[in-house]
Design a protein around this ligand. Structure first.
Ligand code: AMP
Ligand code: ZN
Ligand code: ZN
Length: 459
């Protein structure tokens, strides 16, 4: 009897310890990697065997609809907050605050004022008791909500991809006593740098840089395998925007329309932000008629679909160039052969998303997702309470192994198919029975009429 009680007690203790262990382990770690300026169709145009390996074992989102303006800083902050630029406040590479008279530039970006309208996941996840890490992701070296990620690396383009990756895997592994990082974000400058330099249509140059990018993905896979993180880490590989081909024939010169004394320039191309120095309506009228490939908007008239109006750092007038057009103040010099920042409804501006790991379906594809939906997906994967955001889990849910999702086109196809079969069977059946009714009846003559009115022959 005593032995039984002792055994029961021991079993209870072991079960409790195991339960605690899983609670401490929690969900799999999540690694978010961004390759800057990776236009969605590069995946179709260039061989990327390592990336393909990942998405054949996971999920490919062919196009991610990113946020306006389609620049690096706004979109990287949207990925980790789930907010449109007007809500998170990182609106452009150059900004100006008319109250404090402060200027923001991507090389002078560490004033928390600009970032504090939102909270990135590497901060929010700390409240769930997790450690987090961020390597050179825009905003990662800024103190936001009075905190940074547990580990971060300040921006230094000289640090190789391998060095950045080593840091991340070391943080994820932990020191043996303390648990490792649960969420890490890693940033790499290519293929954006080469896209600007050579233009996305330069197949030779882009082919070379995309081979390097794919080699880096190969490094990532082998590093995760060597460290034992592979198979127990969810991986998201994505980007912030695409790239459009520019040319010297497609220059829009502001000086041709109005003298620079009329306005203060805050940001230039392909979305120009400016403050009129004189009569705003007169400045707007001149800019509105300036060029057929540039649209001018007074702040209040910026279309709703761009989600780019309700913020004090959006200037009174913005100008948006058409795809591939470049706005300059003066001269004939094309600053870049490739550029981005254009309207986010253009497919050339869209990046992609690849997801792989224990929580994801295998060999699954979806054609589109909003980039603001990546944040609720990541919160779900980490069991972190999402902060208010512009995204939804509705579409992204289908990427998860634990979810059953109806493939709508397949379902429609099946229903139409079944209805078609039923109709064919009905028509055939009717035709057959009609033929039977109207065809020759071999024993007709033998049929005796059952006529009640027949009188007996003899009465
Ligand atoms: P853009 O192409 O104008 O959107 O800016 C992208 C460039 O910003 C990249 O080529 C990087 O060199 C640079 N960049 C990326 N992250 C940072 C950062 N955290 N701090 C400063 N510059 C950065
Ligand atoms: Zn970028
Ligand atoms: Zn760029």
């Amino acid at each position: 009897m005593l032995l039984k009680i002792l055994l029961g007690f021991l079993c209870g203790v072991v079960a409790l310890a195991a339960e605690n262990d899983t609670a401490q382990q929690g969900p799999p770690a999540l690694l978010l990697v961004s390759f800057d300026g990776f236009r969605a169709d590069y995946l179709k145009r260039f061989p990327m065997p390592n990336l393909k390996l990942l998405y054949t074992q996971g999920v490919l989102v062919e196009q991610l609809t990113n946020v306006f303006i389609t620049k690096t800083f706004p979109n990287h902050y949207s990925l980790v907050t789930g907010l449109y630029a007007e809500s998170h406040g990182i609106l452009a590479s150059n900004m100006y605050d008319p109250v404090s008279h402060k200027h923001f530039h991507i090389n002078n970006d560490t004033d928390p004022m600009w970032w504090n309208k939102a909270q990135p996941l590497w901060v929010t996840a700390l409240d769930s008791g997790y450690k987090t890490g961020a390597v050179m992701w825009p905003g990662s070296d800024v103190i936001i909500s009075n905190r940074t990620a547990t580990h971060f690396m300040s921006y230094n383009p000289a640090v190789t991809f391998q060095q950045r990756l080593r840091n991340v895997t070391n943080w994820m592994l932990g020191d043996g006593k303390e648990p490792g990082v649960k969420f890490a974000a890693l940033y790499w400058e290519e293929p954006d740098r080469s896209g600007h330099l050579f233009g996305p249509d330069n197949t030779t140059a882009m082919g070379e840089v995309l081979k390097e990018v794919d080699d880096n993905i190969g490094l990532l896979i082998s590093e995760l395998k060597e460290t034992g993180l592979w198979g127990r880490t969810n991986i998201l590989i994505t980007s912030d925007h695409g790239m459009a081909q520019c040319s010297a024939e497609r220059l829009i010169r502001l000086d041709g329309c109005l003298h620079p004394d009329n306005y203060t320039l805050i940001d230039l191309s392909p979305v120009t932000a400016l403050i009129p120095n004189k009569d705003p309506e007169a400045v707007f009228t001149l800019l509105n008629e300036c060029h057929p490939h540039m649209t001018a908007y007074l702040k209040k008239a910026i279309p709703d679909r761009l989600h780019y109006r309700n913020n004090e750092w959006i200037q009174p007038i913005i100008l948006i160039a058409d795809e591939g057009w470049t706005i300059v103040q003066r001269g004939n010099k094309l600053p870049r052969l490739g550029d981005h920042g254009y309207d986010n409804s253009l497919s050339s501006m869209h990046p992609f998303l690849v997801a792989a790991g224990p929580s994801f379906r295998q060999g699954y594809r979806i054609s589109r997702l909003e980039s603001v939906d990546v944040y609720p997906l990541m919160c779900h994967l980490l069991s972190v309470n999402p902060r208010p955001n512009n995204g939804t889990l509705t579409q992204a849910r289908c990427m998860l192994a634990a979810e059953t999702c109806w493939d709508v086109p397949l379902m429609i196809g099946l229903v139409v198919g079944v209805l078609l079969m039923l109709s064919i069977i009905t028509v055939l059946f009717r035709a057959l029975s009609q033929r039977r009714a109207s065809g020759p009846r071999p024993f007709q003559r033998l049929q005796v009429d059952d006529d009640d009115d027949d009188d007996p022959l003899l009465e």
